[in-house]
Design a protein around this ligand. Structure first.
Ligand SMILES: Cc1ncc(COP(=O)(O)O)c(C=O)c1O
Length: 457
């Protein structure tokens, strides 16, 4: 059914959509890596929305797991009961978690997972008698969610601006973003050490005894376009956190759960966090779900202290998303899909480099596994971004959709207000032929969008 046939308002919809503009196509069916709309158009879903649909659409094993759980029990409130589904997912997550992670708190998405992480970290300090710890340090050009706490630690100027008066004060250091911040005389290791040492400088300026934790995405997604850390950066960050008794809170909402080719992105950095958030690929879009994972030390401080975490929502530990997420994780392991993530990811990188390696407006192609980004620039030599009003990333998204391809655009890449990138996150089941089609359609879309932007300028 089309929106205008839905009995809606004059513009065809009663929904407050993300942007009140042209009508959106109505998605009616998804199979594997393809979404079909009500007009019969098909789209290669090369971004899984926002890096969500890790198994593609309509996977029969996940649908069966959801149905089975619904037939047993659709919901039970967590102040009265626990459920087999939630316990089984928590066991599975801990069994495959980074070293030291021992307990799980299940929520409904990434922002809730981050709110939980921030409050958990604060309560941990209070339980230990360190009430003076009230501050978080995070990084610019990062995204940690849209609720007020998550937005406060987020470092993207454009996304924060409207709500700035409502946010709590968080402290931001530079991101680890070699393309724009590495000095010509530095090698990657030297740059990584300098970028990480910015945390120590910030802690010393604030007084480390006032800081709760440091929050970072191991691979930066929505606000920077798959920016990977310099070698040694997170090892040094871990050392600094340990030295000053600061919690390391890793946000793997977008880059985690296999997206970069290992289950957790931090594995590739050789470190483990004190608290970690996951969402998106955890449930693969089959159900809304996120989780906050923590070490036994953090759990124990609450267990042997006040005995209750002062937090909670009606839908925490919901058994249906838990059953879906467990099935998603079991299918990924059963079908050895992380190997496909690594192999197809390399093919995607190579394909993009071949197509865009000499492109005058592609500054960098980057990322890991099936998490790849491409930064667009007005001028390659100077890395000058396009003017924000040209909306180059938005134009690429629209041009790609017109060619049957979904990629995820982002703006403010360079400094929070200027800069454009597109993010790709195809499903873990993607094949080589589809990778080729993604590169080809994106190539045409980028050329068409930049021509259009030039004519508009
Ligand atoms: C790194 C990161 N953290 C948190 C979030 C917030 O997740 P959600 O949109 O599920 O609330 C996102 C969403 O894009 C994200 O990319």
């Amino acid at each position: 059914m089309r929106p205008e046939e839905m009995g809606g308002a004059a513009n065809g919809s009663r929904i407050l959509h993300r942007s009140i503009g042209p009508k959106l196509p109505v998605a009616v069916e998804g199979r594997g890596g393809i979404i079909r709309d009500a007009d019969g158009n098909t789209y290669i879903d090369a971004s899984g929305g926002a890096a969500v649909s890790c198994l593609g659409h309509g996977h029969p094993d996940i649908l069966a797991a959801i149905r089975a759980q619904l037939e047993k029990l659709e919901y039970a409130h967590t102040s009265f009961f626990t459920t087999e589904a939630a316990e089984a997912l928590a066991d599975d997550l801990v069994a495959h978690a980074p070293l030291g992670i021992a307990r799980v708190y299940l929520v409904s998405g990434g922002s809730e997972a981050m709110e939980t992480a921030l409050k958990l970290a604060r309560q941990y300090c209070v339980e230990r008698g360190e009430e003076k710890r009230t501050r978080f340090v995070a990084r610019r050009q990062s995204y940690h969610g849209n609720t007020l706490g998550a937005l406060s630690v987020g470092g993207h100027a454009g996304r924060r601006a409207m709500f700035a008066p409502l946010l709590f004060e968080a402290h931001h250091i530079e991101p680890c973003y070699a393309y724009r911040h590495r000095r010509p005389e530095e090698d990657d290791e030297a740059y990584g050490a300098r970028a990480a040492n910015a945390l120590e400088e910030k802690l010393l300026a604030l007084g480390p005894e006032t800081v709760i934790g440091f929050v970072a995405e191991p691979v930066v997604g929505a606000t920077a376009g798959a920016v990977t850390p310099a070698p040694g950066y997170f090892k040094r960050i871990r050392e600094i956190c340990d030295r000053y008794g600061i919690l390391l809170i890793l946000d793997e909402v977008m880059c985690g759960m296999g997206r970069t080719g290992t289950l957790h992105a931090s594995e590739q950095e050789g470190i483990a966090p004190d608290i970690m958030t996951i969402a998106k690929g955890l449930g693969g879009g089959y159900q809304p779900i996120g989780a906050t994972l923590m070490t036994e030390t953090i759990y124990e401080a609450i267990a042997s202290g006040s005995g209750s975490f002062r937090h909670g929502h009606t839908y925490i530990g919901h058994p249906v998303p838990a059953a879906a997420a467990l099935a998603v994780q079991q299918v990924i392991r059963r079908d050895n899909l992380l190997e496909n993530v690594r192999e197809r990811g390399e093919e995607l990188q190579t394909g993009l480099e071949e197509r865009f390696g000499n492109h005058p407006h592609v500054g960098e192609v980057r990322g890991r596994g099936l998490f790849r980004g491409m930064e667009l620039v007005a001028e390659r030599g100077s890395k000058e971004p396009f003017a924000a009003e040209l909306d180059v990333a938005g134009r690429i998204k629209r041009a790609a959709m017109a060619r049957g391809l979904c990629v995820y655009p982002g703006q403010g890449t360079a400094d929070g207000s200027r800069g454009d990138h597109v993010l790709m996150a195809p499903p873990f089941i993607v094949d080589s032929e589809t990778i080729g089609a993604i590169v080809e359609r994106l190539g045409d879309a980028v050329d068409a969008a930049i021509d259009e932007a030039r004519r508009a300028s």
